[in-house]
Every structure is written in C-alpha cells, then in structure tokens.
Unconditional design. Structure first.
Length: 83
C-alpha cells in the first residue's frame, strides 16, 4: 500500500493513516510530510524519519524504491552523521 496513488479523499486519508501507524506521528505532521513529498508515502516516511527531501529521494533511488531498504539506509546515514 505504500505505492498508493492518492487520487481521492479516501485514498489521501488512507495514506495519512498508513504514515501515522508506521511513525506514530500526529496527523498534522503526516499531512505536512505528504505535502512536501507530493503525495508519495515512501518519501513522506523518510521525511518523517528526519531526511531532507533530496536526501530521501537519493536514498529511495539507491534502494531501488524498496522502503525497508531505504529506511535502513537512512538509519545508517543518520548514525554516521551523529558520530
């Protein structure tokens, strides 16, 4: 469902619900991330995880669009930056 194209109100709400469940973030945070991600649930999730938009796009490209792999790459990148 993370590749969902939100073309109506029901699907927009579904996207928001998915992100809220995956991240535990508020509805307002989720809506903001989806807006910045132009509706892409995968990109919005990485934004909510702390990635910048260009960084998140690059991570998704490097992971072949696989969200689990992208999330792992983002976490590794964040841990390297914190050192």
């Amino acid at each position: 469902m993370v590749d969902l194209q939100a073309v109506n109100k029901k699907l927009v709400q579904r996207s928001e619900n998915i992100l809220s469940q995956l991240t535990g973030r508020s509805r307002d945070e989720v809506r903001d991330a989806l807006s910045r991600a132009e509706g892409s649930v995968k990109l919005a999730l990485l934004l909510l995880e702390g990635c910048a938009p260009d960084e998140a796009r690059g991570i998704l490209d490097r992971s072949g669009g696989r969200l689990r792999a992208a999330k792992a790459l983002a976490e590794r990148q964040r841990s390297r930056q914190q050192r």
